[in-house]
Design a protein around this ligand. Sequence first.
Ligand code: PMP
Length: 359
Amino acid sequence: MNNPDRLPVRQNVAMMSGYHSPQLDVTVRLNTNESPVPPPDGWVQALRAAQSGIDWNRYPDRAAHELRAALAKHERVAPEQVFAANGSNEVLQCLMLAFGGPGRSALTFEPTYALHSHISRLAATEVVVGDRRDDFSLDTDYASAMVAQHRPAVTFLCSPNNPTGMVEPPQLVERLLADVSALPGLLLMDEAYGQFDPHTAVDLIDDGRHLAVARTYSKTWSMAAARLGYLVAPSWVVAELDKVTLPYHLDTFKQIAGRLALEYEDEMNDRVAMLVAERERMAANLDQLPVHHWPSGANFILLRPDSGDGDGVWQGLVDRSVLVRNCSSWPRLAGCLRVTVGSPAENDAFLSALSEVLT
Ligand code: PMP
């Protein structure tokens, strides 16, 4: 109810509901696509040692030079083509603050990561919603026509896509990149799950292309608690993002944590390989159950019980102390659940709980 004594919230915020990811006290948590394993011991020790050298009375390096240089080396781009922030969500927020806004639009193809439209609206950007096919793939000609018709400032793609897990074909990415470049606009590739699949758009990054790729430490690097993400983009994009961040937005400890993590790339790749193998094992097991599931290039699988009763199956899993994401009430995802790939033991617990619930 509107209370006349209170200052009303901004109109575009009034129309929103916040972004929620419900947590419950359960034994097996497979609902937020985190890594089931902690980061390498070597990283923990190196971080502990580095911490004693921090000048806590001083502000951090505002431009995060060392972190950006290390990320640039890691991604094989120039340091001026890297922007870092507190999670890739904040990266996206900065992008929309700089390139969205009143009179501009953002284009998404649903279903996809809810924060793309949410953050765009927060940044007072009109959201144009395109659709995927029933199998959640995206028709290239249709997507291209949507860009031409709506002339969005920012076009979002997510690959692998959350929550479907599907990977966007390179031909689609290249076609949309050509389309947005002609406007001109920007193509934002969200690669939060990028390392779980061999495809990446980072190789296409060039100051002459209108492409930006967002990545995160939250999934593959086992560092969700650190809140660190980054963007690889043309230097002219990064220069604008530097204007919209708050001063000193990345604390010293986090900058060190992110830089040191990159020294443990082999360990990261080992964890990714373990999760990919587990994902394939889970998919093979799901083939034996009365569920439909979508091909995933990420660390999660979207599934729909043949009964269509997503809510009931979700509750049955919770009753067995297994929490997955209930997408049943999300647009276009009636009856769907999304399960994160966990440790082998967690995945076993999920599979046996699911088969109990379904049979
Ligand atoms: N993009 C996608 C597709 C995601 O699924 C997530 C996390 N759920 C994010 C971005 C945000 O990740 P973070 O802010 O932790 O980097």
